[in-house]
Design a protein around this ligand. Structure first.
Ligand code: GLN
Length: 246
């Protein structure tokens, strides 16, 4: 873009443990939508016992996972709590899906077993509910054009937001955070959590581009306008779910 060479460095956190429902597709979407704009992308898989160099990374991704995998990741994340909070404060972009999202709050209390401590990037907490929310979700997101987000939810966790942590969107169809307050997902600074699997970003290209812009701004400390790329198929997939009659 305008002759300059841009790049973003992505840390994919614990992909061997948190990667259900093809959540890896979110990282792939960021990678491809950058490469189609000649933005270089590096992706490092961060596994158990790996170090995390927060000076390197502009974008962190955590996928979803069942309670068992969350136990192992929750324990590991505690080692990096302070440095990942620093990364948040330095405007790094985080996208966490479902099980990964739950661990970015203060805690996740599963049905059985001990409470899992989160790393408090979000002022939120999650308690396992008595039923699973499974199905398509359509949500309204006022800072997006189009102002809709779509995805698929499958969770029993009920997430409640507090303080300055805002919902990512408002549920129109489906359950979202807890099936009660019509909130879906969470945002604080550039930390985003959502219950939308699918995977989420391929069918929400406008949101993928928004995250890319935020990651570039974190790295280069300036707004960098993304060139428009052909997203016809992605937008058709998005609109087909927005128009779906339930
Ligand atoms: N185990 C968590 C729950 O059931 C997260 C599940 C997921 O990541 N889809 O709420």
């Amino acid at each position: 873009m305008n002759g300059r060479n841009f790049k973003i460095n992505i840390a994919h956190l614990y992909p061997k443990l948190l990667n259900i429902y093809g959540d890896w597709g979110n990282v792939l979407t960021i990678k491809k939508r950058c490469e189609w704009r000649n933005i270089e992308v590096t992706i490092d898989s961060i596994d158990i016992n790996d170090t995390i160099d927060i000076k390197k990374y502009d974008f962190y991704f955590l996928g979803g996972g069942q309670d068992q995998q969350q136990i192992a990741v929750a324990k590991e994340l505690q080692k990096h709590k302070s440095s990942l909070q620093d990364a948040r404060d330095e405007k790094a972009v985080f996208l966490a899906i479902c099980g990964g999202y739950q661990l970015l709050g203060h805690y996740y209390q599963p049905h059985n077993g001990e409470k899992l401590q989160g790393i408090s990037l979000l002022d939120a907490y999650t308690i396992a509910g008595d039923k699973r929310f499974i199905g398509n979700v359509t949500a309204k997101c006022d800072y997006m054009i189009p102002n809709t987000l779509v995805g698929f939810e499958n969770h029993s966790g009920l997430t409640y937001l507090q303080g300055e942590t805002e919902p990512m969107a408002t549920v129109k169809i489906g359950n979202g955070n807890n099936g009660k307050d019509k909130t879906e997902g969470a945002r604080y600074e550039n930390v985003f959590g959502t219950y939308l699997h699918g995977s989420f970003l391929p069918k929400n290209p406008h949101f993928a581009d928004y995250l890319i812009s935020l990651a570039l701004k974190k790295r280069y400390k300036e707004e960098i306008k993304l060139i428009t790329i052909d997203s016809e198929l992605e937008n058709l997939a998005h609109q087909s779910l927005v128009n779906k009659k339930y």
